[in-house]
Design a protein around this ligand. Structure first.
Ligand SMILES: Nc1nc2c(ncn2[C@@H]2O[C@H](COP(=O)(O)OP(=O)(O)OP(=O)(O)O)[C@@H](O)[C@H]2O)c(=O)[nH]1
Length: 382
């Protein structure tokens, strides 16, 4: 899969080995297998059409910083992304090749979802230590995020660091409350629901009251993500990069974070909400898998009116019987993963399972009941 046109091989610049120290600074995952370099983080930038994704990427590409970032711009959307990236590239020529910019960043514009560009980029390993991938305004970032879990070969070189969603302060309210025919979830809402960081951009165009309103709507959908407010997508890079939203490094901070997440409330009848719950005790891996699979795969967990619960994002810290370390649960749509953290349960710690779910038709009490039922079921029998 990584094999690419051998003709260009000769033109390829010599690979520069990545120093360990660089990696530490870049917040790399730190998993070094013999003969392998460290994994490169990928941040997915999503957001509705015109929200300010390209503005954010261009800001990062032109700003002076010490990071060597590779940016993949998606040219969907009347070519606006392309036009702006061309403004940065010299000469205004179309390019699909990787372009090296003055501040050490690499940039490439693609037509598809960026997977090919990443494969292509990996041939330049050593020239960058971070990847930013912009999805098209109408894309479901969950599908892109899933690629990193499903594609084992890709997963050995890179890891998903986080999903950043840019929301248009002026039109976001409209995008997020728009009801879709056939009971579908609209893209804007899905993008906010999946995000680990939400940037409410274009705050110059709205009043304080409007800002409060959009912030409340965003929070009502996603109770977990951090929210930033910007003009021209100007953010501190440290707030966007190295979120470690999906890996076990987040173990300790996740525990603190999950304690403060609140269940949110609907702003529309069929809207997306965040539900949190905590159940004291131990579960087993088998029982936990059953709970998650019933929820995500079988769709057999239903709300009071008989509608299946629909989970877009799932996060949790759980206690597995006979395991001394805390375990993280991560889910995006129907994909999920259990990963042991570095954090030990202490002797006098109360063993608990804390879960956060973002989705539709979620009922906290029913979820708790089902979790408890699955948790005790097979332990009692064994
Ligand atoms: N007033 C105002 N305009 C902004 C701001 N940020 C971006 N814009 C403008 O909004 C328009 C859309 O910005 P883009 O960055 O292209 O948005 P995008 O999300 O990449 O758009 P698509 O690629 O079409 O999905 C551009 O004309 C920007 O100049 C802001 O903070 N305030």
């Amino acid at each position: 899969m990584m094999a690419q046109a051998p003709v260009e091989e000769e033109d390829c610049p010599e690979l520069i080995p990545i120093e360990d120290q660089d990696q530490q600074e870049a917040g790399g995952k730190g998993e070094v297998e013999p003969g392998h370099s460290l994994k490169i983080p990928v941040t997915i930038i999503t957001g509705y059409l015109g929200a300010g994704k390209t503005t954010l990427l261009n800001y990062i590409l032109t700003e002076q910083h010490s990071k060597r970032i590779a940016v993949i711009l998606n040219e969907f959307g009347e070519g606006s992304a392309l036009e702006k990236s061309l403004a940065i590239s010299q000469g205004g020529e179309l390019y699909e090749e990787w372009l090296e910019l003055r501040n050490g960043c690499l940039c490439c514009s693609v037509k598809d979802n960026g997977l090919k560009a990443i494969e292509n980029l990996m041939q330049k390993k050593g020239k960058f230590d971070y990847i930013l991938l912009e999805t098209t305004g109408l894309a479901d970032p969950g599908a892109v995020a899933s690629m990193f879990w499903v594609d084992a070969e890709l997963g050995s070189d890179i890891y998903l660091d986080g999903i950043v969603s840019v929301v248009d302060a002026k039109y976001g309210q409209q995008h997020l409350t728009e009801e879709k025919p056939d009971d579908l979830i609209n893209e804007a809402t899905r993008q906010v629901a999946l995000a680990d960081l939400i940037i409410i951009n274009k705050t110059d165009l709205i009043s304080q009251e409007e800002l409060y309103k959009i912030r409340t709507t965003v929070r009502s959908i996603n109770g977990l993500a951090k929210i930033l407010e910007t003009q021209r997508s100007r953010v501190d890079l440290a707030e966007v990069l190295d979120l470690h939203a999906f890996d076990s490094l987040s173990g300790k901070s996740l525990q603190k974070k999950l304690q403060h997440v609140q269940t949110t409330h609907r702003h529309l009848d069929k809207s997306i909400v965040t539900v949190t719950f905590e159940i004291v005790g131990n579960t087993t891996e088998e029982n936990l898998n059953e709970f998650i699979q019933n929820l995500l795969w079988e769709r057999s967990v239903k709300d009071k009116t008989g509608n299946p619960m629909e989970v877009i994002r799932l996060k949790g810290l759980v206690s597995i019987k006979d395991r001394s370390h805390q375990v993280i649960v991560q889910g995006v749509h129907e994909l999920y993963d259990l990963e042991e953290t570095m954090v030990n349960w202490k002797e006098d710690d109360e063993r608990t399972n804390r879960l956060v779910l973002i989705g539709r038709n979620l009922d906290k009490d029913i979820l708790k009941e089902v979790f408890i039922a699955t948790m005790t079921e097979k332990q009692e029998n064994s």
